[in-house]
Structures are given as C-alpha cells and as structure tokens.
Design a protein around this ligand. Structure first.
Ligand SMILES: [Zn+2]
Length: 307
C-alpha cells in the first residue's frame, strides 16, 4: 500500500503522531494532525489527509471506571487501536461507541470495536448502508473495508449512563443531515462532532444550509458552557474547549456564505477577510489550511468554480 509514499518523510506513519489530551478528568481527546507540512496517507488528494489530518481531527471518550463511551472511531484502524489500548490501560473493560455522523473520518476505525455496542441514530445507519459499497470498494481512497455498521440505533434522542454520568445524545441537522451531538449535563460540555468546526464549518450539504441554520439556533438554546468539536485547535481542546460564541460565529459564517450567491465581491474574499470579525473576537482561530475549505464552500454554495 503506497510503499513509496510511506518512505517520504512528509508522510507520517498512521497513528504515530496521535496525541492523547485530557480536557477533563473523565474525558480523553484523541487528537491527530494539524502538523505543518505533514500528511498521514498520501501526497495525492484524499479524504484522510485533506478532510481530516491536515485540518486536525479529534475523537473523544468519556470514561468512568470500567465503562467508556467512545465518540467516533477516528481515521484509520491504527488510530482506533490506539484508542482501544489507551482505554484498556485506563481500566476500561466495556467500551461502547457513538457515531457523530456517517462521514469517513468518523467511522473508519469501527472494525476495532466490532465486538462492542456501536450506537448511531437511524439516519446515520441508513446513510452508512447506502454508502457501504462505495466505502468498501474504493469509491473512497483509502477504502474502509469492512465497514462495520452500527448495531444499536435510536430516533432523535437517547440518554445513556457511563458509570454514574448521564450522557444525552441529540440529533442535530447541521453539517450533515444525520448529526448526533453529545451533551454532558453534569460538566456543561457539548461534544459537537462536525456541527461546529474551528475556524469554519465544512459545507457538505450546500442545499440544506437553511436547515442547518435552524438547528444551530435550536442548539444555542441548550444549557452548556464548553464545546469540544471533532475538528479544532489542540490547545483549545486541551484546555476544556470553546465557549458558546463558537455557535454564533458558525451561524454568521453560514449566513454570509449564503449571501455570496447575490454578492460576487463577497465570494471573492479569502477566509481571513471573510471571517475577520469572528477571528478578531477570538471566538474562532485562523488556520491557513482552512482557506481551501472556504474556497470549496463558496464554490459549493454559489455553484461557481473560482479562479
Ligand atoms: Zn463530517
């Protein structure tokens, strides 16, 4: 598998640069990527590097005693094995998995947890079933084979216990139609999946942005203080997560993106200028690789390809 590229120093061995962060005593963050000049799979454009590793990706586990709830299985089997081993070393004998949504970089490690409960909402299970062939047979590079499917599904909301800690799973139609976010009421923490991404959301469903705005509004009424996203800055995640301004920054970005359809001048702005206000306020942080995400977002919304 891509031996030549593996010997290139720009390509890190899968899992070798993963950092285990502890934003809260009972929360593990498995963070990888956002390392200048580094890729983890290939020099060519691919979902693992360009959709996750280059931008930075974090998955999480809530741990109490022998129980753990793993929020997404990361970008490769190597990553998932590190997660499972880390939890095992911490005394976990009974991990369960929750999937935030159906996208590749959140489910690629499922196979490592095939003997465990893998929970998702019905929409995620349906989307994975629809994309299974594509994931397994090379419609995506790297392929995810076998794609291990969720074995417990729910509709809308589900409340779980991890030891004595209550965890609320809630459907959120933001970024993808099938999002599941996790609320930890005792700590006031929201695990946001890809519904909030620092500095900007990745537009995967351009025709549904109005619906995403509705659910951003709904989410902003919930009671929590800190936000842990799956794509964000490691130092912020390590220190307990983003504050609630993160939601408003995302909402404003999406609203402005929609205006690009009528305002070509806006569509031509780079991310630094486009999101200047939110960046200056400290609600989100500039990260240069997101210029490419922004360019792609503008193209997705306007239907036009830029220069
Ligand atoms: Zn996603």
């Amino acid at each position: 598998m891509r031996q030549q590229e593996r010997t290139n120093s720009r390509i890190a061995e899968l899992g070798s640069t993963m950092r285990v962060l502890r934003p809260y005593p009972h929360v593990f963050a498995f963070y990888d990527g956002r390392i200048e000049g580094k890729r983890a799979y290939s020099e060519e454009r691919n979902w693992l590097d360009d959709g996750a590793y280059v931008l930075g990706i974090s998955t999480y586990a809530i741990v109490e005693g022998a129980e753990a709830l793993v929020y997404d299985t990361h970008i490769s089997l190597a990553h998932a094995r590190i997660i499972r081993e880390t939890l095992s070393t911490a005394g976990v004998t009974k991990p369960r998995v929750v999937l935030s949504h159906w996208h590749t970089d959140h489910v690629a490690g499922n196979e490592v947890f095939k003997d465990c409960e893998i929970i998702s909402n019905n929409l995620t299970a349906k989307a994975l079933a629809e994309h299974r062939r594509e994931f397994e047979e090379g419609g995506r590079d790297p392929a995810i084979k076998p794609l291990v499917m969720p074995n417990r599904t729910f509709d809308g909301e589900l409340t779980l216990k991890v030891g004595g800690t209550t965890v609320e799973l809630r459907h959120a139609d933001i970024h993808s139609h099938d999002g599941t976010v996790m609320l930890l009421p005792s700590s006031g923490v929201l695990f946001a999946g890809d519904t909030l991404e620092d500095p900007i959301t990745y537009v995967a469903e351009p025709d549904r942005l109005e619906k995403h705005l509705n659910d951003l509004e709904r989410m902003s009424a919930w009671d929590f203080q800190r936000i842990l996203p799956n794509h964000g800055a490691p130092e912020v995640i390590q220190s307990g997560g983003y504050d609630r301004r993160f939601i408003d920054a995302t909402r404003r970005y999406v609203e402005k993106l929609l205006r690009c359809r009528q305002e070509p001048e806006l569509a031509g702005q780079n991310l630094e200028r486009f999101a200047g206000e939110a960046l200056a306020s400290g609600a989100i942080r500039y990260f240069a690789p997101y210029e490419a995400v922004h360019r792609r977002n503008v193209e997705a919304v306007t239907g036009r390809t830029g220069a």
